[in-house]
Every structure is written in C-alpha cells, then in structure tokens.
Design a protein around this ligand. Sequence first.
Ligand SMILES: *[C@@H]1O[C@H](CO)[C@@H](O)[C@H](O)[C@H]1NC(C)=O
Ligand SMILES: *[C@@H]1O[C@H](CO)[C@@H](O)[C@H](O)[C@H]1NC(C)=O
Ligand SMILES: *[C@@H]1O[C@H](CO)[C@@H](O)[C@H](O)[C@H]1NC(C)=O
Ligand SMILES: *[C@@H]1O[C@H](CO)[C@@H](O)[C@H](O)[C@H]1NC(C)=O
Ligand SMILES: *[C@@H]1O[C@H](CO)[C@@H](O)[C@H](O)[C@H]1NC(C)=O
Ligand SMILES: *[C@@H]1O[C@H](CO)[C@@H](O)[C@H](O)[C@H]1NC(C)=O
Length: 339
Amino acid sequence: MLLFALFSLLPILASAVNITTYVDVQLAPAQLPPSAAAKNADAIVSAFANLSRNTKWNLVQNITLEGDIGEPEGMVRIGDDRIIIAWGDWIVPTKSYGKDVHGNSIIKDGTDRENGQGYAHLSIFDGTGKRLADTTLNELSDSEYHIGGIDYDGECLWTELSEYRPNSTATIIRVNPYTYQFDPVVHINDHSGGVLHDTKQNTITALNWGSRNATKYTLDSEDLWRAHESKIPNPSFFADYQDCKWLGYPSQFDGERSTALCAGVAAYSIKDSTVSLGGLAIIDVDTMVPLMEVPITLYTPIGTSMTQNPIDVDVVDGRMRLYFAPDQHNGTVYVYEAL
Ligand SMILES: *[C@@H]1O[C@H](CO)[C@@H](O)[C@H](O)[C@H]1NC(C)=O
Ligand SMILES: *[C@@H]1O[C@H](CO)[C@@H](O)[C@H](O)[C@H]1NC(C)=O
Ligand SMILES: *[C@@H]1O[C@H](CO)[C@@H](O)[C@H](O)[C@H]1NC(C)=O
Ligand SMILES: *[C@@H]1O[C@H](CO)[C@@H](O)[C@H](O)[C@H]1NC(C)=O
Ligand SMILES: *[C@@H]1O[C@H](CO)[C@@H](O)[C@H](O)[C@H]1NC(C)=O
Ligand SMILES: *[C@@H]1O[C@H](CO)[C@@H](O)[C@H](O)[C@H]1NC(C)=O
C-alpha cells in the first residue's frame, strides 16, 4: 500500500529544470496550437504518396540558429514562431569495451561501452532562429543524460533521457512547453532514442538503439506510472529512425491506423566506402510496419545527411514542408518542399 501511494505521487513531483532565458517572452504561444503533424495528417499522407526516389526537393528557407546546439537530436515546432531543439553536450565521451580475439564486441552487463557523461538540453528559438532560452535536464553525475527525438501533442513535449549506449535504460519524460518543468512518465529497461504519443489510445511508443525495437506503453490518465508494456520489433532496416512526429489516424488508412512520420539514417558499407543514407517513412505505430517510405539523398553544405536526427513536418499552401536540423554546433534549420 505504501509503495503504491509513493508511485502514485511520483508524476506530480515535476523535476526542477535549469532554465536560462535570454529574451523575456513566453516560450510557447498563449493558446497552444495543435501539432502541425497531427493537424495536417491527411495532407501529409497525400503529399507523401507523390514522393519517389526522383523527387526534386526545393530548399525554401535556411534558419540560422543562434549559439551552440552541440549534437542535435530532435526538433519540434510549436506554431511558426517557436522551434525547440533537443541536443546533447558530451562532456566525457563514451568508450568502447573493444573487440575480443574473434573480432566480436566485448559485452559487459549487456552493453558494449562505458556510458560517458553529458548534459541533455532543450533550447527554444523563435522563427528567425533567435535563441530565447536554454535548459539542461540532468546533473552531470546522472547516467541517463542522452536526449533523443521529441514529439508534441498540442499540450506537452515528450522526449527521453537515456544512457548513451545500447541495451541500457531510459526514462520517458513529459515537458511543460512554458516552464520546461518535466515529469518522468515511464522507466524503460532499454535505451530510447525517440518517442511518440498517440493521444487517442493514450499510448507512448519508444524506439530503442537503432530503432530496432519499439516499446509501447498504455498510459493510465489517472496515474501515468500504471503502464502496460509491449515490444514491437521493427521490420524495416532501411533507415534507423530517431525523430518521429505522431500523425494521428489519417483518412487514407480508413482512420484506423495510428501513424507517425519518422526519419533517420543508416550507414551502408558499399565497396570500400561508407555512405550515410537518409530515409523518411510513414509508419504504422502499432506494428512498426512502414506504410510509405522514400530515401532522402540530401546533404548539408558540410556533408551531413539531412535526416540525421531532427525533423519536423507541416503543410503550407497545400505543400508538404520538411524541417531538418542535422548540423552540429552551428545549427541551421533547412526547410524543404517537394517539387
Ligand atoms: C501530387 O502530384 C500530382 C501530379 O503532379 C499533383 O497534381 C497533386 O497536386 C500532388 N498532390 C499533392 C498532395 O502534392
Ligand atoms: C541557404 O543557404 C545556402 C548556403 O548558404 C545558400 O546557398 C542558399 O541560397 C540559401 N537558400 C535559401 C532559400 O535561403
Ligand atoms: C543489444 O541486445 C541485442 C538483443 O539482445 C543484441 O542483438 C545486440 O547485439 C546488443 N548490442 C550490444 C551493443 O550489446
Ligand atoms: C544551466 O544551464 C546553463 C545554460 O544551458 C549551463 O551553462 C549551465 O552549465 C547549467 N548548469 C547546471 C548546473 O547544469
Ligand atoms: C527486441 O525485443 C525482443 C523481445 O524482447 C528481444 O528478444 C530482442 O533481443 C530485442 N532486440 C533488440 C535489437 O533490442
Ligand atoms: C561556428 O561558427 C563560428 C563563428 O562563425 C566559428 O568560429 C566556429 O568555428 C563554428 N563552429 C563549428 C563547429 O563549425
């Protein structure tokens, strides 16, 4: 009974966040807009159906982000004038346990490297890239310090703090978009690199290292800690998704499938070189089956694959817009439309 009472209280105890504000403005619009992805799901699916390997992508805008964004991991826009970037600042690098005499990775306690140390950040920019505020979400001594993909459901931001190594642990967190106070929602016995929130079923789906497995939790609105878990292996090896945006239940799938737009990259060894190939998919959240997918062979001027981590989507004047922010440290949001 005592344990039960303690767990019930946990979600109410929002963690204190270290927030630095640079401009005295509200960090989110007074009236929170719906997520662009879920609001425009039907239009996004229609536009996606027109994409192919030969699609010409038109760069319509570059937004230079003020200050350092370390290694960017996720992005979401709340309306046109707020861009949230999740990023990592690595203080102590992870270190591989090396290979054994057979060339296999040495595994200790189920994983292949020392965890390192760092800070998870969420930084808030306006639509022109001006930095409004920075937050750090952990102490340097915390083992879960790696932030990943972000989703926004029209009320809260959903993201995660993980150990920075495969087969480790993670905590999914729910973040208030005005104060950046956050609640731990679920603790996972696996690394999590991305998360999405299905507001209809009230489930969250967390993607592990390389998005090989999704772990789905059914949340209880009364008590977020009473969650039931199911594991869904990802059948697609085309690109390892990290940042996903929940699209809702598009009419093209008879309003019956929970879907998300996910993007990522995978490294392919081709002949003597390694190529980082990007990919974009609309997935069925409950089975992880890609319903539509296209490769993305766009790179930034410094050679980073556009779909390396942060992505968001919207529809403007009937055209699908994709927002990418892959470059480290000196960040740029690249806005593309399919021609
Ligand atoms: C798909 O392509 C067709 C033919 O180019 C075009 O008429 C239509 O507007 C496109 N649809 C979307 C949603 O972009
Ligand atoms: C984006 O930036 C690149 C490189 O600086 C530049 O060549 C291009 O014209 C810019 N595009 C737009 C639409 O601003
Ligand atoms: C993590 O666990 C999976 C499943 O057991 C295994 O295939 C993979 O090799 C492990 N990865 C590492 C780096 O330990
Ligand atoms: C608080 O955040 C600022 C700005 O991101 C950072 O420079 C500082 O190191 C953080 N302090 C702690 C204790 O994490
Ligand atoms: C995925 O989950 C299944 C079921 O728990 C597990 O057997 C498998 O090792 C996991 N694979 C990876 C790569 O995490
Ligand atoms: C970022 O931009 C600054 C100013 O232009 C430059 O000095 C610095 O080298 C750049 N950093 C990286 C990592 O490109």
